[in-house]
Design a protein around this ligand. Structure first.
Ligand code: SF4
Ligand code: MSK
Length: 617
C-alpha cells in the first residue's frame, strides 16, 4: 500500500490507527470516490429552489440551469461564494481579536504586549497616541471595526500597498470598501438574478479577497502582535514526538491565539502543576496543531505536533488528554477518533460547537478562569489513559527556527531592507516565494510543499512560508540555519552570514498578510509595483476556501500563484481563461495549476528570471 505521508511519524500513526480499526480522512476520501464530476468542475448550482441544476460538460445534456444561467455564470458564482467564505473566516477571526483589543485594561487575561506597534498602527489610522495604552487600544479597535463596515471608500491598510498598485485597483474598481461589505456583496451578487456577467463576478472576487488580505487578515496579524507580542526568531521543535508520555498533554488546535495564549499561561500555573504531579504526571506539556499552533510557536516557541492531516493521528498516540479547539480546519472526525481513546475534545467558541465535545466557552472576561478549567480537565483525563493504546512514534522531534515577522527580519538585516535589496539585485537571492496553505488527502502529505521548497532554495530562491506549508517544511528540516547547506551556493552564503534558514517561518494563514507587507515594502524601496518583483506564491496542497481567498489576493496584488490542487473552475473555459491568463493583463498576476511540484518549481523559477530581466537585474 502506498504511504499517505512523507513523514515517518505520520505513517507510523496511520498504521497504528488502521490496526485499531479507526477510519481516517484517507478512508473517508476513498468512500467518496468517484467524487461528483459536476461539482469538481464547478458546474452544479443549488443557489435556489428552482434547482439544483447541473450543466453537461460534454455539451450533450443541459447547457443552462432552470433560470438560464450558463456554465460561465455558475462556475464564477461558485468560486465567488468560496472566496466570500474564505475572506469571512479570516476576517471574523480578525474581528474577534479587535473585540479583545477594545477590552484591554478591563479584562484580566489580555494586555498590550507590543505598545510600540500599537502606537505605530494607531498612527496609521490617524489616532492621536498621546494618551494611555488602554485609550489608544480602544480607539484603534473602534477604528478597525469601522473597516468591517461600509462607511469608507477604502479600508485603511490598503494604503500600505505601493501607490501604483492602489491606482491600478482604483482603475479596475476593486478597492475594498468594507470587509463585511465585500463579503455581503458577493452573497448578494450570486443570488439568482443578480450578477450574471462572469467577469464582473470575478472582479468582485478580487475585491473581496483584497478585503481579506489588506483587511481582515492584516488586522488579525497586527492585533495579534499588539496583544501577544510581535514574533522574534527563536528555536523550537516539531512532529508527534513533541508529545510527552509522562506528562499531561494538551493539544492546541484551530486558528486564533486568543484561547491558546490563555492556555499557555494557565499551563504554568503553580497550583495546576502541583495537581498534575499529584496525579502522577511529570509536568504539563503543550503542543500546537495547524494555525493556532503556528501562532503560539511564532510568539512563544510552543512546540508543534503537526499540520492539518495530523489532527486525527495526534489523538491516536493515546497520550493526548485534551485537544482544545477554537475554529477553522477542525475536522468533525476528531470527536469520533477521541471516543476511541481517553481524549476530550474541548470547544471554546459559540461559533464552533461540535457534537460529542465538551463546550467550555471563552470570552475576554472569563478567559483566565476558563483556561485553568481546561488545564484541570486535562490533568483529570491523564489518569484515564489506556496504557495499551499509548504509542508515540519513535522519532526525535525536529528542530526549527521560527518567529520571522517583518519587524524581526528588519532587525536581522540591521534595521533596513537594503541588504535584502542588494542581495536580490546582485542575484545572491534570485527571488522570494510565499509557500502557503493546507494539506489535502488527495496529495501525499507534505510531499509537494517540501519538494517545491527544496527546489526553490537549491536555485537561490528564498522561501517564506505560513500555515500548514510551514509545518511541512519545518518537519523536513528546512527551517534550521544548517539547512543553508541545501540551498544554492549564493543563497547559502546569505543565510550563513545572517544565521538564518533558507525557509523562513512567517506564521499562520492570516500572517500571509506579512507577505503582502514585506512585498509592498520591497516594491516601495525599489520604486516599482509588486507585480514587477521577482516573487510568486504557491499553495501546493490547498483544500480550504480560505486558501482560495489567499490565492486571489496574491493574484490581485500582482503575483503568479501556483495551485497544486485544481480548483473547481474547469467547467468554464471563460473563467479558466480569465484566471490563468487574461487577469495578468489587469493585475500582473495570474493562477497556474500544476500538481507536480518539480514542474511548479520550474514555472516559478522561469517567472522569477523573467521578472529579473524586465527589472534589468
Ligand atoms: Fe438552477 Fe439557476 Fe437556481 Fe442555480 S440559480 S439552482 S442554476 S435555477
Ligand atoms: S490551518 S487553512 S489547513 S493552511 Fe491555517 Fe492549515 Fe489550510 Fe487550515
Amino acid at each position: 500500500m502506498e504511504e499517505h505521508s512523507v513523514h515517518v511519524d505520520a505513517n507510523a500513526m496511520i498504521k497504528k490507527l488502521k490496526e485499531e480499526g479507526i477510519l481516517l480522512v484517507w478512508d473517508r476520501l476513498k468512500e467518496q470516490e468517484p467524487q461528483c464530476g459536476y461539482c469538481s468542475l464547478g458546474l452544479s448550482c443549488r443557489n435556489c429552489a428552482m434547482g439544483p441544476c447541473r450543466i453537461d460538460p460534454f455539451g450533450e445534456g443541459p447547457q443552462k440551469g432552470v433560470c438560464g444561467a450558463d456554465a460561465d455564470v455558475i462556475v464564477a458564482r461558485n468560486l465567488a461564494r468560496a472566496v466570500a467564505s474564505g475572506a469571512a473566516s479570516h476576517s471574523d477571526h480578525g474581528r474577534d481579536l479587535v473585540e479583545v483589543l477594545a477590552r484591554v485594561g478591563k479584562v484580566k487575561a489580555y494586555s498590550v504586549k507590543d505598545a510600540e506597534k500599537l502606537k505605530k498602527v494607531a498612527q496609521e489610522y490617524g489616532i492621536n497616541t498621546n494618551k494611555s495604552v488602554e485609550e489608544i487600544a480602544f480607539e484603534l479597535a473602534e477604528a478597525m471595526l469601522e473597516d468591517f463596515g461600509s462607511k469608507k471608500e477604502k479600508i485603511q491598510f490598503v494604503n500600505r500597498a505601493p501607490k501604483k498598485r492602489i491606482e491600478l485597483w482604483e482603475k479596475l474598481g476593486i478597492i475594498p470598501r468594507g470587509i463585511d461589505r465585500e463579503v455581503v456583496e458577493i452573497m448578494h451578487r450570486t443570488h439568482m438574478g443578480v450578477d450574471n456577467d462572469p467577469v464582473n463576478i470575478l472582479l468582485q472576487c478580487l475585491r473581496t479577497a483584497l478585503a481579506d488580505g489588506f483587511g481582515g487578515s492584516m488586522i488579525a496579524t497586527e492585533v495579534s502582535d499588539i496583544l501577544f507580542g510581535t514574533p522574534e526568531p527563536k528555536m523550537s521543535e516539531i512532529n508527534l514526538a513533541t508529545l510527552k508520555e509522562n506528562e499531561v498533554n494538551i493539544v492546541l488546535h484551530g486558528h486564533n491565539p486568543i484561547v491558546s495564549d490563555a492556555i499557555v499561561e494557565a499551563a504554568s500555573d503553580e497550583e495546576l502543576l502541583k495537581l498534575a504531579k499529584e496525579y502522577g504526571a511529570e509536568g504539563i506539556n503543550l503542543a500546537g496543531l495547524c494555525c493556532t499552533g503556528n501562532e503560539v510557536l511564532m510568539r512563544k516557541g510552543i512546540p508543534m505536533a503537526g499540520n492539518h492531516l495530523i489532527q486525527e493521528l495526534v489523538i491516536g498516540t493515546g497520550v493526548v488528554d485534551v485537544i482544545v479547539v477554537d475554529y477553522q480546519c477542525i475536522m468533525p472526525a476528531i470527536v469520533d477518533v477521541a471516543k476511541c481513546y481517553h481524549t476530550e475534545v474541548v470547544t471554546t467558541s459559540p461559533k464552533a460547537k461540535f457534537k460529542g465535545a465538551i463546550h467550555i466557552e471563552f470570552t475576554p472576561e472569563n478567559a483566565h478562569e476558563k483556561a485553568k478549567e481546561v488545564v484541570k480537565l486535562a490533568i483529570e483525563r491523564f489518569r484515564e489513559r489506556k496504557a495499551e493504546l499509548v504509542k508515540i512514534p519513535n522519532v526525535k522531534p525536529n528542530k526549527l527556527m521560527t518567529g520571522f515577522s517583518v519587524e524581526a527580519i528588519l532587525k536581522v538585516l540591521g534595521g533596513t531592507l537594503q541588504p535584502l535589496i542588494d542581495a536580490i539585485k546582485n542575484g545572491s537571492i534570485r527571488g522570494v516565494v510565499g509557500s502557503v496553505g493546507c494539506n489535502n488527502p488527495k496529495v501525499k502529505q507534505d510531499y509537494s510543499h517540501i519538494t517545491l521548497a527544496k527546489r526553490l532554495i537549491e536555485n537561490d530562491v528564498l522561501v517564506v512560508d505560513t500555515g500548514c506549508a510551514a509545518v511541512a517544511d519545518a518537519k523536513a528540516g528546512l527551517k534550521v540555519p544548517e539547512a543553508a547547506e541545501l540551498a544554492g551556493e549564493e543563497l547559502r552564503k546569505v543565510c550563513e552570514s545572517l544565521g538564518i534558514p533558507p525557509v523562513l517561518h512567517f506564521g499562520s494563514c492570516v500572517d500571509n498578510s506579512r507577505i503582502l507587507v514585506a512585498l509592498s515594502a520591497l516594491a516601495n524601496e525599489l520604486g516599482v509595483d509588486i507585480s514587477d518583483l521577482p516573487a510568486a506564491g504557491a499553495a501546493m496542497e490547498w483544500y480550504s476556501e480560505k486558501a482560495i481567498a489567499i490565492g486571489a489576493y496574491f493574484v490581485a496584488s500582482g503575483l503568479l500563484v501556483v495551485l497544486g490542487v485544481p480548483p473547481p473552475i474547469y467547467g468554464s473555459k471563460l473563467v479558466l481563461d480569465v484566471l490563468t491568463s487574461k487577469v495578468e493583463e489587469l493585475t500582473g498576476g495570474k493562477f497556474v495549476v500544476e500538481p507536480d511540484p518539480e514542474k511548479a518549481a520550474e514555472i516559478i523559477i522561469k517567472h522569477i528570471e523573467d521578472k529579473r530581466r524586465k527589472l534589468g537585474i
